[in-house]
Design a protein around this ligand. Structure first.
Ligand SMILES: Cc1cc2nc3c(=O)[nH]c(=O)nc-3n(C[C@H](O)[C@H](O)[C@H](O)COP(=O)(O)OP(=O)(O)OC[C@H]3O[C@@H](n4cnc5c(N)ncnc54)[C@H](O)[C@@H]3O)c2cc1C
Ligand code: SF4
Ligand code: SF4
Length: 1005
């Protein structure tokens, strides 16, 4: 990336702007991409704390002659937010509601407010902003306005343009103006307003071009290309000057406040999931379905159904409503009064029948309607539908679905023809695409699979684009129907709108911004859309050879596939969500692009491809980038393309440990399982740290453990296999099979079925380091419960002749000592091999330790026993829930409390193991189980103990977990399975949380 330097600019910005000013290569690199395939290194980044700071920064840029690009969530798909300019990131601080008029159903907001955050605040008033873009969790109102974004329900609510009332803007000459409704003769605009001469000229342009606009502007609802000069045509009675700024992609002015129209929340809905045996038939049906007055008709095709079935999050949703093997689904949504919904749904059934579809048919005319009336399932289907693009992007190959013709909108009567012809074009160019999204408005998303590192695929991209746009012009559709022009579509304006209108667009730009201050090169005077020098994977893009420690073979590229894993991030920004799910807790606290999965993945990608200078992978800046990643694995599950940052962080830490060695802090954290047996012999000595005044401060200075956090208490009465073995029903390993059989017979549990169901009558209890040394009560409780339920419990012991307890290796992984972690894992595997080879379940209490047997251990050790262990490893609750489901669990339990508040460990959530926790607690009579809507508790192993991260740790806890615990009454049980989570709850809310095993032990009848 060639760079332009502007001497003095950074110094001036720093001196005059209090907010964040970033000119280092790592920070700029994180703003060099959006959700398009482009990459342009910006000159710098500013995250202003106030609108005044933003205005000041823009003024400095104006004086210095440097362009600026406003930015919201950076989720644009067409390259709108990348430029060789100063990026003004509005999302971090400029995100408040300024005024709310509930009765008048309108609000004035700052540009950086995220749609979901806004709607959460509006919900209490029964209102929402109804432009429901798929990226609602990170799209800002400023970004939506500038892109004229459109939601899935645009059939009813229109695009953003129809929902913006006015905009306060900073113009390129430094003047401020209020853009809103005006009288056509401007009689209501004050004489001294900067708007007056501007509006006069714009209206003159509108008058002059009225005929051309009438002739060349597509009549479809989904036209977001070019400037909205149709708003300037005389004769309209709704002249609103804000509409010229809507859709202008940050090229005309900087929006400082946006006034929007609100709508009442949707009531009960009815969804008809129309199944089709042929894609073409589905497309042909859309024009008839819209006549029934739905608010949305969304397409999901067979490829997407197939991909979604492979994603744990979406599989249950599909299973709940999809029948057979449809080639396409049209999800038809009605939102009227309940009776009317039912009537329309009935008419939908009749219509689909009249069109010749029947469940009993085969081939193209197979199909019918599945009713979805359960609001929870409807919401899950909406999640699936809005994740459409991301589901497609989960493909792990080097070729990826590329966004450039995904936005065409054609009149509905041509939809079937258009999709068929474009599919042929894909085939002629050696590729294929997956179709999804807004059938109701003729705007179907489709992304052909291309590898933009290859010249031939870049050529195919142009051929496909030219052909697609020719079809669209023929059908009088719009080539830019939702995602905006950016770099992708601006080049084609002349072909679509004609030379004369493109010239008019240029006049608009020049009238607003003659010197090209605002986001130049978008909408007008754009570069070629296939200019590879502006690509993320541009000419010369290559990762350097690298050695990695873990298995990345599911991906392609350097480092055994590590490169491909990093490149899975497509920048869509789902990790920027502020609520719901887990990902990404650190971003939720800091709101820094650096501290979100996307920022980390981009930094890694730039580092391994040499774009951040030598040794960037192991640099201090990389450490800073990953410092607040708590390895919660939220992204592993929730990132739609499966970016697994926790695992990637291990590679960086390993490379760093290799290059620089370990700090004392890291040694104390990582080697805990090795020194714990000795420490437990002198607990009083080690506990002095939290008893002797000044000792904690000293430990902070020497080893980096925060003096504001107590450390876990050492104790002498640790869980030891010998005394535990005296419990009835417990067998210590590694007793030969014969002995085990004898023991089973002696304890009266052998029903003759033992060998046939060896995996159910016997289990291994894996005693992890934390529970063994600090909280043996949990292991005792688990033993008591398993014993009461009649299981033969084994405690595996090392087979290398040593007495040191087994360990999963997790603490070593957390400091990058993969070799040591591997040694621990191999030692444990050797001990467990006699069990897992027979399929005996290995049950664990500490989620992160147990689940590493399913995740990191098989990624470190390639052996049959590692695979077998991955299959056998289950959390305590998963085991019991499975047994209960199979009706094999005989656990007599009594009532102990009315209510339990449960915090799920992040790794339980990442591995779908949290549901089992709730299932098992539900077994306790009379207990109401209430999960806390929480992300990571913030402790995350050593993270919450470290002096440099304790503040973020506490802030993470305060996001939702600690307030929920504080609000619980004293009788409510608090449950958390993670040892760190319990510590955080104790420190932050003054309550003792307990493990599920102890709840069950208390409830044993
Ligand atoms: C997976 C996926 C799904 C999507 N689904 C949809 C969809 O359903 N509907 C849809 O319409 N779009 C969709 N998009 C595109 C994109 O998410 C939307 O356009 C979104 O509204 C952009 O918001 P943002 O905050 O991310 O804006 P950004 O991408 O940050 O910026 C968008 C434009 O706004 C300008 N801008 C930002 N702030 C200001 C300001 N204060 N003043 C002036 N200009 C400003 C920027 O310069 C840029 O040109 C999707 C994208 C992805 C990746
Ligand atoms: S990390 Fe995942 S969720 Fe975040 S931007 Fe990248 S692909 Fe999207
Ligand atoms: S592991 Fe957790 S903290 Fe780290 S990037 Fe993923 S979601 Fe964020």
């Amino acid at each position: 990336m060639a760079e332009r330097l502007v001497p003095g600019l950074e110094r001036r910005l720093r001196a005059e702007i209090g907010g964040g000013v970033h000119f280092d290569r790592f920070s700029r690199g994180r703003y060099a991409t959006d959700a398009s395939h482009y990459q342009i290194m910006p000159l710098g980044v500013v995250t202003p704390r106030t609108i005044e700071e933003a205005e000041r920064a823009i003024e400095i840029c104006r004086v210095e002659g440097v362009p600026v690009t406003p930015r919201g969530g950076g989720s644009s798909q067409s390259g709108q937010t990348v430029n060789e300019s100063i990026i003004i990131d509005c999302s971090k601080h400029l995100n408040s509601i300024l005024d709310l008029d509930v009765a008048g159903r309108r609000a004035r907001v700052q540009p950086g407010i995220v749609l979901d955050d806004l709607n959460r605040q509006l919900k209490a008033h029964g209102l929402w902003f109804p432009v429901d873009v798929s990226t609602a969790s990170r799209a800002t109102i400023g970004g939506m306005t500038a892109n004229n974004s459109c939601g899935g329900r645009s059939l009813r609510y229109g695009n953003t343009r129809e929902n913006v009332l006015s905009i306060d803007a900073l113009l390129a000459d430094g003047a401020k103006a209020h853009f809103g409704p005006v009288a056509p003769d401007l009689s209501d605009v004050p004489d001294n307003s900067p708007l007056r001469p501007l509006a006069r000229d714009l209206f003159a342009l509108g008058r002059r071009e009225a005929d051309e606009i009438a002739a060349r502007f597509p009549k479809v609802q989904r036209r977001v290309g070019g400037y909205n000069i149709d708003a300037l045509v005389p004769g309209r009675n709704d002249v609103n000057l804000a509409h010229i700024l809507v859709g202008s992609e940050g090229t005309l002015a900087f929006s400082t406040a946006i006034e929007i129209k609100l709508a009442p929340l949707l009531g009960k809905r009815a969804v008809g999931a129309c199944h089709f045996g042929s894609f073409h038939e589905a497309m042909a049906a859309a024009q008839h379905i819209v006549k029934l007055g739905p608010i949305a008709v969304e397409l999901v095709d067979a490829t997407m159904i197939g991909l979604a079935r492979d994603i744990a999050m979406f599989r249950p949703t599909l299973e709940a409503f999809v029948r057979g093997q449809p080639q396409a689904l049209l999800l038809v949504e009605f939102a009227e009064e309940p009776d009317e919904n039912a009537r329309r749904l009935q008419r939908l059934h009749e219509l689909i029948g009249d069109l010749g579809f029947d469940w009993r048919n085969s081939g193209a005319k197979w199909g019918g309607v599945a009713d979805v009336l359960d609001p929870k399932l409807q919401a899950a289907i909406t999640d699936l539908r809005t994740a459409g693009l991301n589901i497609m992007m989960s493909m792990k190959d080097a070729g990826k679905p590329v966004s450039f013709v995904e936005d065409c909108a054609v009149p509905l009567e041509h939809l079937a023809d258009y999709t068929a012809r474009l599919t042929e074009v894909f085939e002629r160019n050696g590729t294929h695409g997956t179709w999804y999204a807004h059938a109701s408005v003729g705007c179907l998303h489709v992304r052909p699979i291309l590898n933009l590192r290859l010249d031939k695929d870049v050529k195919a991209m142009r051929a496909i684009a030219e052909q697609a746009f020719a079809f669209v012009r023929e059908y009088k559709g719009s080539h830019s129907g939702e995602h905006g022009d950016g770099i992708v579509r601006s080049e084609f304006h002349e072909f679509m709108f004609g030379k004369r209108l493109v010239h008019a667009f240029e006049e608009v730009k020049d009238r607003f911004d003659p010197n090209g201050l605002y986001n130049p090169g978008k909408i007008v005077r754009a570069p070629k859309f296939d200019d590879r020098t502006k690509f993320r994977y541009g000419p010369g893009y290559a990762a350097q050879p690298m050695t990695t420690q873990l298995d990345w073979s599911a991906y392609t590229g350097q480092g055994g596939g590590f490169q491909g894993a990093v490149e899975m991030c497509n920048n869509n920004g789902a990790c920027r969500a502020a609520a719901g799910g887990v990902m990404c807790p650190s971003y939720r606290v800091t709101r820094n692009e650096r501290d979100v999965t996307r920022g980390r993945a981009n930094t890694l990608r730039l580092a391994i491809t040499g774009q951040l200078g030598a040794d960037a992978f192991t640099s201090d800046e990389m450490v800073e980038t990953l410092k607040l990643c708590v390895s919660c694995k939220g992204c592993r599950r929730e990132c739609p393309t499966g970016v697994d940052m926790a695992r990637m962080k291990i590679e960086v830490q390993a490379a760093r440990a290799e290059r620089f060695g370990l700090s004392l802090h890291d040694r104390l954290v990582g080697y805990l399982p090795r020194y714990a047996p000795y420490a437990a012999k002198l607990p009083w000595l080690l506990n002095l740290r939290d008893m002797v005044p000044g000792a904690a401060k000293l430990s902070e200075a020497i080893a980096g453990f925060s003096a504001r956090r107590s450390l876990p208490k050492w104790r002498a009465d640790v869980f030891d296999d010998v005394t535990a073995a005296s419990l009835p029903g417990l067998i210590r390993q590694s007793t030969p099979l014969r002995d085990r059989m004898d023991a089973r017979i002696k304890s009266g549990h052998d029903d003759g079925e033992g060998d046939k169901r060896g995996d159910t009558s016997e289990v291994v209890l894996f005693a992890d380091t934390f529970n063994r040394y600090f909280e043996r009560e949990n292991l005792d409780a688990a033993l008591a419960v398993l014993n009461a339920a009649g299981y033969q419990v084994h405690l595996a012991k090392p087979r290398d002749g040593t007495s040191r307890p087994l360990c999963c290796g997790r603490t070593f992984l957390s400091i990058g000592k993969v070799d040591e972690a591997r040694k621990e894992a191999e030692r444990t595997l050797a001990a467990l091999e006699p069990f897992v080879s027979r399929g005996v379940p290995v049950v664990g209490l500490e989620p992160s330790c147990l689940l590493s047997f399913r995740d990191e251990v098989p990624a470190m050790v390639k052996s049959d026993s590692a695979k077998q262990l991955a299959d056998c490893a289950v959390t305590f609750e998963e085991f019991l829930a499975r047994e209960a489901k199979a009706e094999r669990l005989n656990l007599p339990l009594k009532r102990i409390a009315d209510r339990v508040l449960v915090h799920g460990h992040c790794h339980q959530k990442a591995f779908d193991a949290f549901g089992a926790v709730q299932t098992v607690l539900d077994l306790v009579p009379g207990l109401t189980v209430e999960p806390v809507e929480s992300s990571c508790c913030g402790m995350a192993g050593a993270f919450g103990y470290a002096a440099e991260t304790i503040d973020v740790s506490k802030a993470m806890g305060e996001l939702s977990l600690l307030p929920a615990v504080r609000n619980a009454d004293a009788e409510t049980l608090i449950v958390a399975d993670g040892t760190s989570c319990r510590h955080q709850i104790h420190d932050g809310a003054g309550r003792d949380a307990i493990h599920v095993a102890r709840v069950l032990a208390m409830a044993l009848a």
